[in-house]
Design a protein around this ligand. Structure first.
Ligand SMILES: Cc1ncc(COP(=O)(O)O)c(C=O)c1O
Length: 1013
């Protein structure tokens, strides 16, 4: 169409308003909307949802418009619980009206109700619940369209998936891999035609793309409200509607298949899908994408400047490429599982067969006499397995297994079906899913723990379909897979970790008879340096595998895998080899609620049960790994091997109190003194940070005879009576009763949102300390002490302003008080630049208290003071502490300090911390919701505020929970709960920091985070 002609067709806003009034008697304000064919206007009316006015081009096929209008009217009548545009009839009762435009053209006019909300494409994130609601809405619509017919519903249409083979003629537009992918799916579709053509049909919406879906405005848990634009509706196979819905809504997800599943579930919930339909869904999704990319390729030639026409091309290709790599069978099984069918169609047939056929262990291992099993727990929480370093020591594991076998001489040690494991050392199968990184953890077979060379026999006739030997970073040892055909059923048995020679004995295609020896267990060398065992697995499908088959699956896919790989114990029916049951957390939570103190809180909206620690990671009972940015207690890494060893070694010898001489208490003292200025020379060991501060205050009283303590607003120093009394975080918080008489709180020295802001506030805040000294004096009392953390943690990682601490110390000392540095959170090298927090400020306290990091999780804390303070405290009363300074705790503390030195962890805290901080500052430029980035070393904070500096607690909470969804643990603090704290084990690496930043960037981009007033 030439430009002038198009100009002639234009309808102005005032014309649109006039038409609406004249034809429909509706007075509203019009605004123009984009439209491919029609000229569309939104008609706004105050206090109402309003309308959409559609003016067609001249000579529009009226029967096609009639199809659209009658379809909407049918939906209105039939669609229960369904929101859809409604047809508004004109003053004369017509659902299609007519006008003559300024150029004398007859134009059709329609008015529909407006559906308010957000367009799908603008919604971020698009989570499972949203995709489920998408499926539900589309299913409802298909349900509402059942029985509807119209002559125009059956027509030639390139966007009809059933007609999609027209794209074959355009294959010359593609080359290389792209052409291969396209032809692959076209061929699949063509081959499937006989059964595809038999699928049920009806009129369907046929175009639930990201611009045709209206989502509720909720920023948390939004739902799809309605599908709009019924212009592509057509009578075709029903499954095409779901395929189209999926094709668009799975774009831009790492795991496209996983993204499709909630949509399918939702669709099935409102419109029951049939098994035969699901068998075609995988290919149908691909065919829709092929129509999209083919149309784009054609448009690129026809209208090279029109980039809008190419909008879906890139993401469509991305999905197509991923889709091509997914096994079609696996996809179908996943769809089936999503709809509540058995994932594998033969599951029931197999179960029935297995029910009727029982085998003995001796059928597989005739040389082994035992006919009973002994279940070995190798799950992620297995105490038998112990520390990670022991799991990786095959000789030690062999020794343990031998001992176990000796204890149970008549039993066959076995187990592991569906066990979540963390023993897998290879990262070759790690992947980035839709929620962060995932590792394969769920064991899909049974392991039989038998000596190398144990013969393995076929329990059933079978054909060798795979025989291979690998000893690389992915696969270990010899592998045989046998195909069995029994009754109407085909299934497979897999034998892993065989010796190399046993895999040379047979070839693919060889027929094996029941009872025949098929191989021998491999030795350690043949088995990736791992303990000999047979991995025995059953498979109902080989999927696309031709050379190997996974023996371990991803936790998220467990429901599908357990159907493909049934429990091998179904053959033997040994009750002692029960399947590992992964309990949910509900019972734990319920018990805890009833029997543990109500004041105990649980982290995250959905609490997690952690069963194993590993460096900077925590692992839950399902084997899911979380990057820990919270735990400054596991200072040198969760369950650091040397720390565990030190504790275990000493525990095996003696643990008693400090009234006996022992080297360990002296060794720990020496290690600590080596890090401290010489003035701080006397130690007392205790069991917690609270106890340390409690003792420090006793020392103050003994030294000064005064009880008045000056502390910071929002400071926290522990959970005992005295500690609560000096912790504004507690007594000024929920359930608190304000400051006690002898506690004097000065304002939080927060240069970002405190009473004095910006640079050079040190003196102003120090003067606030002086004010409190004056208050004490005005009551005719003296100052006992001043206690503060070098970075105020609970206050929201508040860095003390420059010059503040030295001034405050001076004022306190002038008043006769002592200065306590609470190093419970920040100590032991975390600051990076310095080993202790007070050293950042060039001061020497009279007392320092040490806690959390010193024991790396073991309860160990200490108070260090000057000789003078210690001497005055030693007034004749014995200081006895049952556990403080015991040999086990001291062995652990000594090892922690040595590890910090040995592994250069203070330097690591500095290097990684500075990198992270500078990157976070960059992030703050990109996302203005980040008001401040602060901290030292690996003790950082990010404060979220709006443009008026109002704290954004809800956003902070959202962010922490969303990060958890991506396997990253973060904590929140600050009086306004708007500071994210980053204080990981100081083995945290630059790669960890990069991962953290990647997901922060992702979550900060989500809609909920963008709402700043
Ligand atoms: C700064 C500070 N001091 C003291 C304590 C008390 O330590 P604990 O919980 O080991 O008694 C804490 C605990 O969080 C703390 O953060």
């Amino acid at each position: 169409m030439n430009a002038t002609k198009y100009q002639e067709l234009q309808i102005s806003i005032s014309q649109a308003e006039e038409i609406t009034y004249k034809l429909f008697n509706i007075k509203g304000t019009a605004s123009e909307l984009p439209g491919e064919v029609d000229f569309n206007f939104r008609i706004k009316i105050k206090g109402q949802e309003g309308f959409i006015l559609k003016i067609s081009r001249p000579n529009e096929d009226e029967s096609y418009l009639d199809f659209q209008q009658s379809l909407l009217q049918y939906v209105e009548k039939n669609g229960r619980n369904l929101i859809a545009p409604k047809v508004i009839k004109d003053k004369n009762g017509n659902s299609i009206s007519e006008i003559t435009d300024n150029f004398g053209n007859k134009r059709n006019v329609r008015l529909l109700t407006w559906i308010s909300g957000r367009i799908w494409s603008s919604v971020n994130p698009q989570l499972n619940d949203l995709r489920f609601s998408l499926g539900e809405q589309c299913g409802l619509l298909t349900q509402a369209l059942q029985g509807y017919t119209h002559p125009k519903s059956k027509r030639n249409f390139e966007w009809d998936l059933a007609q999609s083979l027209w794209t074959k003629k355009q294959n010359h537009l593609f080359s290389g891999k792209e052409r291969e992918i396209i032809t692959h799916f076209q061929n699949r579709f063509e081959l499937a035609q006989p059964s595809y053509l038999k699928l049920r049909k009806s009129v369907i919406h046929n175009d639930a793309n990201d611009n045709n879906l209206i989502v509720s405005p909720d920023l948390i848990n939004p739902k799809v409200k309605a599908a709009i634009d019924y212009g592509d509706a057509i009578h075709t196979q029903v499954i095409n509607d779901l395929a189209i819905t999926c094709a668009y809504a799975i774009m831009n997800h790492n795991d496209a298949l996983e993204a499709a599943l909630p949509i399918i579930k939702g669709y099935h919930a409102t419109f029951q899908l049939q098994e035969e339909e699901l068998a075609h869904l995988y290919t149908a999704i691909a065919m829709r994408l092929i129509i999209t990319v083919t149309k784009s390729a054609i448009n690129k030639i026809a209208e090279p400047e029109n980039t809008y026409l190419l909008i879906s091309e890139k993401p469509a290709w991305e999905v197509l490429k991923k889709w091509y790599n997914i096994s079609a069978d696996y996809a179908e099984y996943s769809f089936r599982e999503a709809c509540g069918f058995s994932a594998h169609p033969n599951q029931t047939v197999f179960l029935n067969w297995a029910d009727k056929n029982t085998f003995q262990f001796s059928d597989v291992f005739p040389t082994i006499q035992s006919n009973n099993g002994y279940q070995l727990d190798l799950s992620v929480s297995s105490k038998w397995l112990g520390h990670k370093k022991d799991m990786a020591a095959p000789d030690f594991l062999s020794y343990k297994l031998n001992s176990l076998q000796q204890q149970h001489p008549n039993k066959l040690i076995a187990g592991g079906y569906l066990e979540p494991r963390s023993v897998y050392r290879s990262s070759a199968y790690d992947k980035i899913g839709n929620n962060g990184s995932e590792s394969r953890t769920i064991h899909l077979g049974i392991d039989f723990w038998l000596p190398a060379q144990t013969p393995v026999h076929a329990f059933l006739d079978g054909e060798i379909i795979i025989t291979s030997y690998n000893n690389n970073d992915k696969d270990y040892g010899g592998l045989l897979i046998l195909k069995h055909s029994v009754d109407e059923l085909t299934f497979y048995s897999l034998y892993g970790h065989l010796s190399e020679v046993s895999t040379k004995q047979y070839h693919v295609g060889d027929m094996i008879q029941k009872g025949e020896c098929i191989g021998y267990l491999g030795n350690m060398n043949e088995n990736g340096n791992w303990v000999p065992h047979l991995h025995f697995q059953l498979l109902l499908s080989m999927l696309n595998f031709t050379n190997d088959f996974p023996g371990v699956g991803y936790y998220r896919q467990i429901a599908v895998w357990k159907s493909i790989c049934p429990n091998p114990n179904l053959l033997f029916k040994k009750t002692e080899l029960s399947t590992t049951k992964i309990a949910t957390n509900d019972t734990l939570i319920a018990f805890r609620k009833q029997h543990l103190g109500k004041g105990l809180s649980l982290q995250y909206n959905t609490p997690i049960k952690m069963v194993r620690g590993d460096g900077q990671y925590l692992i839950d009972q399902y084997g899911q790994k979380y990057l820990d940015t919270v735990n400054n207690v596991a200072h040198v890494g969760h369950e650091h091997a040397a720390v565990v060893q030190a504790g275990q070694d000493q525990m095996a010898l003696i643990n008693t109190n400090s009234r006996y001489l022992h080297d360990n208490i002296n060794a720990l003292t020496q290690e600590l003194l080596a890090t401290l200025p010489e003035e701080l020379s006397v130690l007392h060991f205790v069991n917690s940070g609270s106890e340390a501060n409690e003792l420090a205050i006793r020392m103050v009283k003994a030294n000064t005879g005064e009880r008045d303590i000056i502390a910071s607003e929002v400071g926290y120093h522990g959970n005992t009576n005295m500690c609560i009394d000096i912790s504004s975080y507690k007594f000024d918080g929920k359930g608190g009763e304000g400051a006690p008489e002898h506690t004097h709180i000065f304002p939080l020295p927060d240069a970002f949102r405190g009473i004095y802001r910006g640079n050079n506030t040190g003196e102003q805040y120090a003067k606030e300390v002086q004010k409190q000294i004056d208050i004490v004096h005005s009551k005719n009392r003296g100052v006992g002490a001043f206690i503060i953390e070098p970075i105020i943690s609970c206050g929201g990682q508040i860095e003390l302003p420059k010059g503040f601490l030295s001034r405050a110390y001076k004022y306190i000392r002038n008043a006769g008080g002592l200065c306590i540095s609470d190093e419970v959170q920040v100590g032991c090298g975390r600051m990076g630049k310095t080993f202790w927090g007070f050293q950042l400020h060039d001061v020497v306290p009279d007392i320092i208290t040490i806690g959390k990091p010193l024991g790396n999780g073991h309860p160990l804390a200490a108070v260090v003071c000057t000789q003078e303070v210690a001497d005055k405290f030693a007034n004749g009363m014995e200081y006895f502490n049952t556990f403080g300074g015991n040999p086990v705790s001291c062995a652990i503390g000594t090892e922690v300090l040595r590890i910090v030195k040995r592994e250069n962890l203070q330097e690591n805290a500095l290097k990684v911390g500075e990198f992270l901080k500078s990157e976070l500052k960059q992030l703050a430029i990109q996302f203005p919701i980040i008001g401040d980035v602060r901290g030292q070393g690996l003790f950082l904070g990010i404060e979220l505020v709006d443009s008026e500096m109002i704290p954004l607690a809800a956003q902070t909470d959202y962010l922490a929970n969303r990060m958890k969804d991506h396997g990253i643990l973060m904590s929140i603090d600050g009086p306004d709960h708007n500071v994210l704290k980053i204080k990981p084990p100081i083995v945290f690496t630059k790669e960890n920091a990069e991962e953290l930043l990647f997901y922060l960037r992702k979550i900060f981009s989500e809609d909920f985070m963008k709402k700043i007033a």
